[in-house]
Design a protein around this ligand. Structure first.
Ligand code: IPT
Length: 269
């Protein structure tokens, strides 16, 4: 028996971790996993990926692609002959999903910086096309405003290290007075650290950096990265369990929202 996984680029850390977990837990249950990777750069569409899987007799599909609620709803109803479970949608939408709380870890990281005395905070979010990136950004901004603060500046990267590096350099040129930066993921945070090192900016003496994802490598960044950790192994495990437990009736499909937790290391002070 086979389940399908439609995923964004496995060159990114989070989706590759999730794919590994999906495969591991599916195999433990005696299922094979067929992976179809979407290449956003060539605008390959999700429907053709699902069709590819259907032609191999897959009837349960995990979709780890950022999708607006309406888009996910449309995909689910266009494909009602298969069960679709989404991993990168608004957790509180009505589509069948296993995703992360976008507000708990973000709130904790703003509070952490605030309590360290930071008031000039810059934001470097993920791509505007990503629902999760936007939910994290919204939560940062809402939490800051709860403290009577506005971000010094707001930038968007594309999740990779190069975009974090470029974003940090642009911030240093345009609004150098920030004392901390909240970054949408660890890979971009790695680029930020690199840009700051190149400009001999002390971390955390002059600028603090907070990442997001809690990738295994982030504890080996220099300095070790304070980050919001996502249990991606658990997301893969829950996704497989809920997908295999789901019948073809809507009632058997229960979504779940997993917590995100701040891990304080040495890049903040
Ligand atoms: C999200 C990661 O936080 C981010 O680093 C990037 O890898 C992105 O995925 C790729 O789509 S996690 C996702 C389950 C919201």
């Amino acid at each position: 028996q086979t389940i399908g996984l439609v995923t964004t680029s496995l060159a990114l850390h989070a989706p590759s971790q999730v794919a590994a977990a999906v495969k591991r837990y599916a195999n433990l249950d005696g299922y094979q996993v067929l992976i179809s990777m979407i290449d956003e750069n060539v605008n390959q569409d999700i429907q053709s990926a699902i069709n590819e899987l259907k032609s191999q007799l897959v009837d349960k599909v995990i979709i780890n692609v950022p999708l607006e609620t309406e888009e996910a709803q449309r995909i689910a109803s266009d494909n009602d002959d298969v069960v679709c479970l989404f991993l990168d949608v608004d957790p509180y939408s009505s589509v069948f999903n296993v995703s992360f709380n976008p507000a708990d870890g973000t709130r904790a990281s703003v509070k952490h910086l605030y309590e360290l005395g930071h008031r000039e905070i810059a934001l470097l979010a993920g791509p505007e096309s990503s629902v999760s990136a936007n939910l994290r950004l919204k939560s940062w901004i809402d939490t800051l405003s709860g403290y009577g603060l506005k971000p010094v500046t707001v930038f968007h990267g594309n999740w990779d290290a190069q975009s974090g590096y470029a974003g940090a350099l642009q911030m240093l040129r345009e609004t150098p007075n920030f004392t901390a930066v909240l970054v949408g993921n660890d890979q971009m945070a790695l680029g930020v650290l690199s840009a700051f090192h190149q400009h001999q900016i002390a971390i955390p003496g002059e600028k603090s950096v907070v990442g997001y994802d809690g990738t295994y490598e982030s504890s080996f960044f220099y300095p070790s990265l304070t980050t919001v950790s996502l249990d991606l192994d658990l997301q893969g495990k829950e996704a497989v369990r809920r997908l295999l437990d789901s019948g073809h009736s809507d009632a058997a499909r229960s979504s779940s929202v997993l917590p995100a937790k701040l891990i304080v290391r040495h890049s903040t002070g």
